[in-house]
Design a protein around this ligand. Structure first.
Ligand SMILES: *Cc1c(COP(=O)(O)O)cnc(C)c1O
Length: 708
C-alpha cells in the first residue's frame, strides 16, 4: 500500500480527531491547505495529487511517521484486550444504541451546535477507547448549525453553508446484499424517506439519517438541512426521523440494540418504535409491552431550564403521530398522555422529556446538583414518592482527554507513566504531577498561551478585514494573565457580569503592574434576542478605547476555537446564575491543559471545587430576585479576582514562576481530570445503566451517588 492510500485510509476513520500525531502529519504536508480545508483530511487529500503527496512525504521525511500511525491505528482497531472486553462482554451481541440530535466530533463535521453535541462526540470517542460496543444514532444536517459573523454594530449574522458530503468521512449504509439502505417514516398523511450514512469513530460506528434522497419532494429534502429548526412541525418531524427512523435504520443494518440511550429528549420517540416492533413480534398490546420496553431504555436529561425541554402542541403532535399511534393501538388521548404530566389535562402539550422519563429504567441528570434539581423538577410524575426518592440519579459529565489536550502537555504527562492514558480514569495516575519540574510546567503553559495569542491575532485580523475596517490592535500580550469566556450566549450564563461595571473593569484590566486580558467567544441561538443583545454589549466593550486590544471577541465559536481557547487560557471564567448550569464541560477541558477555573458553585464545579484547585465565585447562595443575585455575584467575582486570582498569578519567585499558582494548577490536575473524564463517565453508564438495561444484574453501584 502506498503513502497516499495509507493517508486516505487514516482520513476515513475519525480516530484522527483525537490523535494529535496524526493531525500533525496532515498539517506538516501542507499547513496552508490544511487550514483552508478546515482541518478536514478527506477534503485536504482530495486536493493533492498522489504524486505530490508522495513527493512531499519524501521531502519532509514523513514516511516513517505515516507508516507508524497506520500500524498504530490498525493495532487500536483490532485490539482484543480492551476494558469492555472484560467488563461489558454481554453488550457484544447487543450493543448500546446512543441517540443524540447532535454529535460534536470535529469542526469539519457540522452536525453539532454546542455543549450537548460535544458531549455526545466525547461519549462515542471514550466508548471507542474502552472498546465498548456502542453505535451512535443521529441526523446528518446538510447545512448544520450557522456560522457566526458580527457586523459593524456587533449584531450577529447567521450564515449557512452546505457541506460537501463527498468530502466528509461518511459512507452510505448498505444491507447484507450491498443495497443502499433507506428508511421510511410516516408523518401525518405523508411518508418521508431517509438515506443512512455511517461514520467510523475509532472502534465505534455512528449512523446518520438524512432526507436528501430522490424519493422525497423538495420540502422533505430540506427537513434535515439545519440543526434545531425553530418551526415546530419541522422540529417534530426531525425528531420522528431521529427516534423512529433511527431505530428502523439499526434494524435494516441488522443491529439489535441491548440498550437504548437517549441523550436528551429529542430522540424519545424511539421508545414508541421499539414498542411497535415488540408488539408485532410477540402479538401483544402496547400496555403489555410498555414495561419491558422501558427496561431497555436509559435517559439523560441535560437542563433545568424549562425552555430546554421540547414541547409540542397537542394538535400538531396528534396529527403527525397518527400513523404510529394507530399501529400501537392507542387512542389519541392515551397517546398524548404518554407525554403529559397530568394525563387528564387536554391542554397540556406533549413533552418529549416526560415521555422519556416515563419510558426508561435509568434516568439521570448530568451533575450531582442537576440530579437533585431534576428530582424536584419532575417529582410531579411520581406524586406518591418523597422528593429524595424520585427515581432520577446523576452521572456527572466528563470530557474526552486526548481530544482536548494540547500536544506539549500530553508529552509532559508521559512523565506520569508511559501508559498514563490507559489509566487516566484512576486517581493514582495523577499523583505524580508534583514530580514534574515546576519551571518546565510553567514554561509549557506560557508557550501554549503564546500560541493562543497568535491564533487570536490571526482571527481578529480576518474579522476586521471582513468588516472592511482599518487596522487596530489585534495582538494580545504574552506576559499578561489571560482569561477566557467561551460558551453559548444564553442569558443565564451571564457574559455581562464583568462588563456591567466599566470603572471596575477598567481598574482590573488596566492595572499597571498586574494587568488582565479577556477573550470572549460564543454564539446566541438565532431566535434568542436577549443573547444577541449580550453579544452586542461585549462587542461595544471591545470597541471602548480603554479595552481595545485587551478585551476581544472571537467570532464563530466552534470546536476549533474552543480547542485553541481551552489549551491557551490561564483562567476559565464560568459564571452561570445558579442553579441553571446543569454541568458545564468547557472548564474541564481547561483543567487538562493547566488552566484554572473561576466559577460559581454550580454544575460540575459545585462538586469539583475543594478550596485549593481553583477559585469559587460566592458561597453558593441563591436569591429569588435575579437582579440581587447578579449584584451579589458581581461583587464576589471582582473580589476574588482582585484579592486572590491576580495577586497569586503575579506573585513570582526568583525563578520567575508563581509558585502559588503552579500549586493550584497541580492541585487541579491531581484532583479533576480523572473524575471529569468521559472515560469515567462512560464506565459509570456501563455499570449503572447499560448492563442492567441489557439484563445483566450488577453488584450495586460502584460509583458516587447514583440512587437506583
Ligand atoms: C465544550 C464546548 C461547549 C460546552 O461549554 P459549556 O458551556 O462549558 O458547557 C460548547 N461549545 C463548544 C464548541 C465546546 O467545545
Amino acid at each position: 500500500m502506498d503513502i497516499a492510500e495509507r493517508l486516505r485510509e487514516l482520513a476515513r476513520n475519525l480516530y484522527w480527531t483525537w490523535r494529535p500525531e496524526l493531525i500533525e502529519i496532515f498539517r506538516d504536508l501542507d499547513p496552508d491547505l490544511f487550514r483552508r480545508t478546515n482541518h478536514n483530511p478527506v477534503e485536504f487529500l482530495s486536493q493533492l495529487e498522489a504524486e505530490t503527496l508522495q513527493q512531499r512525504a519524501w521531502e519532509l521525511a514523513l514516511e516513517a511517521r505515516i507508516s507508524r500511525a497506520f500500524h498504530q491505528m490498525h493495532a487500536y482497531l483490532e485490539a482484543r484486550d480492551t476494558w469492555a472486553h472484560t467488563h461489558a462482554a454481554p453488550l457484544r451481541v447487543h450493543p448500546v444504541a446512543y441517540f443524540s440530535a447532535e454529535f460534536g466530533l470535529h469542526e469539519s463535521l457540522p452536525i453539532y451546535s454546542g455543549g450537548l453535541g460535544v458531549l455526545a462526540g466525547d461519549h462515542i470517542k471514550a466508548a471507542s477507547d474502552l472498546g465498548l460496543p456502542l453505535v451512535g444514532v443521529g441526523l446528518f444536517y446538510a447545512k448544520g448549525y450557522f456560522h457566526q459573523r458580527l457586523d459593524e454594530n456587533g449584531s450577529q449574522r447567521e450564515e449557512y453553508f452546505s457541506a460537501n458530503v463527498d468530502e466528509l468521512p461518511l459512507d452510505r449504509a448498505t444491507d447484507a446484499d450491498g443495497n443502499r439502505i433507506h428508511v421510511r417514516v410516516e408523518c401525518g398523511d405523508e411518508t418521508i424517506c431517509a438515506g443512512v450514512r455511517t461514520a467510523r469513530v475509532g472502534r465505534c460506528r455512528l449512523i446518520l439519517l438524512d432526507t436528501q434522497v430522490e424519493e422525497n419532494d423538495q420540502r422533505h429534502r430540506d427537513l434535515t438541512d439545519r440543526l434545531y429548526e425553530s418551526d415546530p412541525e419541522m422540529r417534530l418531524r426531525q425528531e420522528l426521523l431521529l427516534g423512529v427512523g433511527g431505530l428502523r435504520a439499526l434494524e435494516a443494518m441488522g443491529i439489535e440494540p441491548g440498550a437504548i440511550h437517549m441523550n436528551e429528549g429529542h430522540s424519545a420517540l424511539a421508545v414508541l418504535e421499539m414498542a411497535r416492533c415488540v408488539m408485532l413480534r410477540d402479538g401483544r398490546s402496547f400496555h403489555e409491552v410498555a414495561e419491558q420496553i422501558a427496561q431497555r431504555c436509559v435517559f439523560t436529561t441535560h437542563t433545568p431550564v424549562e425552555a430546554g425541554h421540547d414541547r409540542f402542541e397537542p394538535g400538531l403532535f396528534a396529527h403527525n403521530l397518527r400513523p404510529l399511534r394507530e399501529q400501537l393501538g392507542l387512542d389519541e388521548r392515551e397517546m398524548l398522555s404518554l407525554g403529559r404530566v397530568n394525563a387528564d389535562d387536554e391542554e397540556e402539550p406533549f413533552c418529549m422529556t416526560v415521555l422519556a422519563l416515563k419510558m426508561s429504567r435509568s434516568r439521570n441528570g448530568v451533575s450531582a446538583r442537576h440530579g437533585r434539581l431534576s428530582r424536584a423538577m419532575w417529582r410531579r410524575l411520581w406524586p406518591d414518592l418523597p422528593e429524595s426518592s424520585v427515581p432520577i440519579g446523576h452521572i456527572t459529565n466528563g470530557v474526552h482527554v486526548s481530544s482536548w489536550l494540547a500536544i506539549p502537555l500530553g508529552q509532559l504527562y508521559t512523565q506520569l507513566g508511559c501508559n498514563w492514558y490507559e489509566k487516566l480514569h484512576e486517581p493514582s495516575t495523577w499523583g505524580a504531577i508534583d514530580e514534574i519540574d515546576e519551571v518546565e510546567f510553567w514554561e509549557q503553559q506560557q508557550l501554549l498561551k503564546a500560541r493562543l495569542v497568535d491564533f487570536v491575532d490571526r482571527r481578529l485580523r480576518q474579522q476586521r478585514h471582513r468588516r472592511g475596517e482599518s487596522d487596530g490592535p489585534t495582538r494580545l500580550r504574552t506576559d499578561v494573565l489571560t482569561i477566557g469566556f467561551a460558551r453559548r450566549f444564553a442569558p443565564y450564563k451571564r457574559a455581562n457580569l464583568l462588563l456591567d461595571d466599566p470603572e471596575r473593569l477598567d481598574r482590573l484590566v488596566n492595572n499597571p503592574d498586574r494587568p488582565v486580558q479577556i477573550i470572549f467567544a460564543g454564539k446566541a441561538h438565532p431566535a434568542d434576542e436577549t443573547g444577541k443583545e449580550l453579544i452586542r454589549r461585549v462587542f461595544e466593550v471591545t470597541r471602548d478605547e480603554r479595552f481595545a486590544g485587551k478585551i476581544v471577541f472571537i467570532e464563530n465559536h466552534d470546536i476549533n476555537v474552543s480547542r485553541h481557547l481551552v489549551q491557551g487560557v490561564e483562567l476559565w471564567l464560568n459564571i452561570p446564575r445558579r442553579p441553571l448550569e446543569a454541568c458545564g464541560t468547557s472548564g474541564q477541558k481547561t483543567v487538562l491543559n493547566g488552566g484554572l477555573n473561576l466559577s460559581t458553585l454550580d454544575g460540575w464545579w459545585a462538586e469539583a471545587y475543594d478550596g485549593t484547585n481553583g477559585f469559587a465565585v460566592g458561597s453558593g447562595g441563591e436569591h429569588s430576585d435575579a437582579g440581587k443575585q447578579d449584584q451579589a455575584d458581581r461583587d464576589a467575582l471582582y473580589r476574588v479576582l482582585t484579592e486572590q486570582v491576580v495577586p497569586m498569578y503575579y506573585d513570582r519567585g526568583t525563578n520567575g514562576v508563581p509558585s502559588g499558582w503552579v500549586a493550584a494548577q497541580r492541585a487541579a490536575i491531581r484532583s479533576l481530570p480523572w473524575r471529569f473524564s468521559a472515560r469515567r463517565m462512560v464506565i459509570d453508564y456501563v455499570n449503572c445503566c447499560y448492563l442492567p438495561a441489557a439484563g445483566v444484574a450488577t453488584r450495586g453501584f460502584p460509583t458516587r451517588g447514583f440512587p437506583f
